[in-house]
Design a binder for this molecule. Structure first.
Ligand code: 5GP
Length: 122
């Protein structure tokens, strides 16, 4: 899938729109979600132009992948949920309702009652 270099996270990475940064390394940026669904709701994105996980895996170097996962763990720590626990979600594609076409990981936490998993509806 072609990468849209004007998607909201690309613009945020270029500094065209502000974000509330939690953590940054050479290859990843973490910031608070603008519309938090939990007391802690932080997004972690790679700095490279990847639409989804498949493109990230296909196009990113091992260093980028490692830096991304390191950023996820470090961000959870900085957001104060390392000990209490947190959930990671990466929405990929239409069925998952991915809204922003730049690969990202959600970190949810800060509240005990999160539900166990996705509610079965079939
Ligand atoms: P998705 O549904 O693609 O997995 O999630 C996209 C997330 O990006 C949503 O939770 C939404 O609230 C968040 N978001 C959309 N636009 C912005 C923005 O301009 N700034 C920040 N910080 N978050 C955003």
């Amino acid at each position: 899938m072609a990468y849209d270099s004007n998607n909201i996270f690309a613009r945020l990475l270029r500094g065209e729109i502000p974000c509330n940064k939690v953590y940054e390394n050479d290859h990843a940026l973490a910031f608070h979600d603008i519309n938090p669904q939990m007391p802690v709701h932080v997004l972690v994105i790679p700095k490279g132009p990847y639409v989804n996980l498949a493109e990230f895996i296909a196009g990113a170097s091992m260093e980028e992948m490692g830096a991304f996962m390191q950023a996820v763990a470090e961000t959870a720590k900085l957001a104060g949920v390392e000990d209490s626990g947190y959930r990671l979600i990466a929405n990929n594609g239409e069925d998952a309702h991915q809204e922003v076409p730049h690969f990202h990981m959600h970190i949810f936490g800060g509240r005990r009652i999160m539900g166990r998993m996705i509610k079965r509806q079939d």
